[in-house]
Write a protein that binds this ligand. Structure first.
Ligand code: NAD
Ligand code: DAU
Length: 351
């Protein structure tokens, strides 16, 4: 049976890597990228595949059930990979309602449209919900998140993602809706909007601007190369059983300040600056409200059941990433012009 896959959020950071992977790898599939093109969506991210025969872009909101119904009918959608979301924790602290709307109402709207179009007959259908490790809350020095860790979200962003995960599981239990969920750790790589730590700091180092480190810089994140996340989604999409959850992670924990120093070092080398020049930009600022201390994923299930492991080391991935941002100056300049400036001033003015 041919697959007509609706990927939501395919103009964003992770979505664009996933769309490229599927369009190039599965020529027999039809890939429909459905994205509202918010500030985080950018068709430039996927300009290399926009004319492919098996690819179509539709600009639309996941809360718009009428447009979604038309898209399901027109393209005879039989699988969904759902990434569209509001994704930045700091924005969720200043504007929680847009997260509740997109991440909760949007996910429920999308599932309702899929159920209606599939007429509650789910053979050969799939609804893959892409989620985050932040739903599990915050760890202290030890321990890992597994697929059975209790949910304990602590920011409006993670609470909205947790709510959407609960709804997805509720649809599975109530209607036998054919769901799969994955919860991934922090991604890094090309095309990430420079509001997130790594691209923001590369951009600031390049422009000799202060590096705003929240609190003491001792929070810990577990970083995964975005291309490896896309590969993991591919493997899970094609092999998981309905109702299953998989954690995805790089087994690659870094204290923020240590990661930032590595970035500074690579940037000094690339920009021909003297050793230690970029580190001087480090500025400790007021902490994020409710800042989660540590995330760490146990991805043993994915390794044992589906033989997935990251393809490259962090040392390789971070160099590739820095080089991408330096080589794609136009991309960085385009996304940091206009509204980005006022966002940045507003977000960092009282820190
Ligand atoms: P992103 O912010 O870069 O991209 C989100 C995309 O969704 C954008 O293209 C945007 O235009 C689109 N979008 C937003 N609201 C929409 C709406 N109402 N209707 C249609 N499209 C809409 O996000 P990302 O970092 O690529 O994250 C993608 C998904 O992966 C999210 O669900 C996020 O929670 C999850 N995730 C992200 C990470 C990470 O480290 N970035 C880690 C784990 C899970
Ligand atoms: O864990 C997965 C999550 O990772 C995803 O679900 C989210 O969509 C994604 O945004 C990311 O969330 P984080 O809050 O961990 O990522 P962020 O890049 O915003 O911040 C990483 C760490 O760096 C965090 O401890 C906060 C800190 N930080 C961030 C910024 C933007 C700073 O110290 N200064 C900053 O200016």
């Amino acid at each position: 049976m041919s697959k007509n896959v609706l990927i939501t959020g395919g103009a964003g950071f992770i979505g664009s890597h996933l769309v490229r992977l599927f369009v190039n790898k599965y020529k027999e599939y039809k890939i429909i990228n459905y994205d509202l093109l918010t500030y985080a969506g950018n068709l430039e991210n996927i300009s290399d595949i926009e004319t492919a025969d098996n690819y179509t872009f539709v600009k639309g909101d996941i809360c718009d059930s009428e447009l979604l119904k038309q898209v399901f009918e027109k393209y005879e959608i039989n699988a969904v990979i759902h990434l569209a979301a509001e994704s930045h924790v700091d924005r969720s602290i200043t504007d929680p309602l847009s997260f509740i709307n997109t991440n909760i109402i949007g996910t429920a709207t999308l599932m309702n449209v899929a159920r209606g179009y599939w007429k509650d007959e789910f053979e050969d259908k799939r609804f893959y919900h892409v989620s985050t490790d932040e739903v599990y809350g915050s760890l202290s020095e030890t321990g890992f998140f597994t697929e059975t860790t209790s949910y304990d979200p602590r920011s409006p962003y993670s609470a909205s993602k947790a709510s959407s995960d609960h709804l997805v599981r509720a649809y599975y239990h109530t209607y036998e809706f054919p769901v799969v969920i994955s919860n991934c750790s922090n991604n890094y790589g090309a095309n990430q909007f420079p509001e997130k730590l790594i691209p923001l700091f590369i951009h600031n180092i390049k422009n000799n601007k202060p590096l705003p480190v929240y609190g003491k810089g001792d929070n810990v994140r577990d970083w995964l190369w975005v291309n490896d996340h896309a590969q993991a989604i591919d493997v899970i999409f094609h092999n998981a059983q309905n109702g299953e959850t998989y954690n995805i992670g790089g087994n690659n924990e870094w204290k923020n300040i240590d990661l930032i120093k590595i970035l500074c070092k690579i940037m000094d080398q690339r920009l021909g600056r003297e050793v230690g020049a970029s580190e001087k930009l480090i500025t400790y600022v007021k902490d994020r409200q409710g800042h989660d201390k540590r995330y760490a994923i146990d991805a043993t299930k994915l390794k044992n059941k589906l033989s997935w492991e990251p393809s490259i080391t962090f040392e390789e991935g971070i160099e590739i990433t820095v080089d991408w941002y330096l080589e794609n100056e136009d991309w960085l300049n385009n996304v940091t012009s206009g509204a980005y400036q006022s966002y940045y001033e507003e977000q960092y003015k009282n820190r």
